[in-house]
Design a binder for this molecule. Sequence first.
Ligand SMILES: Cc1cc2nc3c(=O)[nH]c(=O)nc-3n(C[C@H](O)[C@H](O)[C@H](O)COP(=O)(O)OP(=O)(O)OC[C@H]3O[C@@H](n4cnc5c(N)ncnc54)[C@H](O)[C@@H]3O)c2cc1C
Length: 412
Amino acid sequence: MDWSDSPEHRAFRDDVRAFIRERFPKNYSPDIHGHQSLEPEDVFGYNWVADRCSSDPDRREGAMAWAGALAERGWVAPHWPKEYGGAGLSVAEEHILSEEMARARVPQVNGIGVNLLGPTLIAHGSEEQRRQHLPKILSGEVTWAQGFSEPGAGSDLAALQTKAVREGDVYVVNGQKIWTTHAQYADWLFILARTDPDEPKHRGISMFLLDAKTPGVTVTPIEDMRGDVPFNELFFDDVRVPVANRVGEEHRGWYVAMATLDFERSGIGATVKYRRTLEDLVAWIRDREASRGRLRHHARDVVRHEIAQRLIEVEVLNSLALRTVSMQEAGQVPNVEASVNQLFSAELHQRIAATGMKAIGMWGGNWEHDGTPLEGFLAHKYLEAVPYTILSGTAEIQRNVIATRGLGLPRE
Ligand SMILES: Cc1cc2nc3c(=O)[nH]c(=O)nc-3n(C[C@H](O)[C@H](O)[C@H](O)COP(=O)(O)OP(=O)(O)OC[C@H]3O[C@@H](n4cnc5c(N)ncnc54)[C@H](O)[C@@H]3O)c2cc1C
């Protein structure tokens, strides 16, 4: 398979590079030490959400100006149809845009709204819901958080207990959510709640759109082991949600949610940022050896070998991502392939962090950003990499999908 650009794709890539050079706001420096991800290559549009609420006015205004520039081209949500403000790009063009943004270290915008809620509303929402919410996602005016998981419902999401009881024109919602990414910044939430407790658990669930300022909603931040606050608990206490805010049919929310999770799982691989981490690491080792002599002989051989291995694995991930792109180009829907990509990417993330820690030796225990190799990036990355085999489906769940749907192995 030839992965090189066609002449049209080459021209599109040049156009993207010129656009970023000309339009990325000069006074906008994204906060790479922000809450969700330490990586300058913000491929999920997570740091941007925090930048938009930053106390630094340059960062706040820069984040909004960048959203505006991308929106002019339909590049906030390049995969959405043009009629809803997307660019209607082909899958290959979308991949190139995402690759070039990561390479230039400029953030994606409004990740959860753009990648999860938007496509869900386009597929299952009412025309009124689309008209109300999609333009504000594109402009960056409104951000969203996904309230699916509960203390007793993660991998087994259908076990969720939050209840929504219909009373005339509203549903009254009571219950609790957990691990809700960026709910502390979110203006709106999309949640799952049980609307019929007597049905089997996959039925009787509905999806709702909920203004985060509705009386009875409490958002409680959760601090992770890095001391950052990437997620929250949500408590709903007699929260009144208009019936018009239900997405899709009553009791059929499970099927709407499965479509949302498919959008989550079909994300394009993060190869650019992994490759960049390894390149930065090699540059640091070269500098250090030039000024202070070789790393200890044994450690040097181990590190050399591991870095080479990681770079090979990045190429493997790149090929897996491109295979998914070519399937989508051919009109096929990746399913087990998305699980393979997600699992390989999450575990590679952790291996790269471990290799980096080995390479920097005693520096790995230093948490400060100033004066440490790569500004303490690897020590933070080492801890940040842990949840990657939990979020968007744990490693065990992905292996189950690969085993049963991919390899045809029996369930038991
Ligand atoms: C950083 C981060 C961000 C998140 N953001 C969000 C968010 O924005 N919105 C949201 O709704 N949720 C979010 N989540 C929650 C996430 O979806 C859940 O953590 C995940 O689905 C796992 O569920 P759980 O934590 O309840 O673990 P459990 O499902 O209880 O799993 C515990 C362990 O049991 C294993 N296990 C469970 N079932 C099986 C099985 N059938 N076969 C084999 N092993 C199994 C799991 O692999 C795991 O090792 C986030 C999580 C993280 C870590």
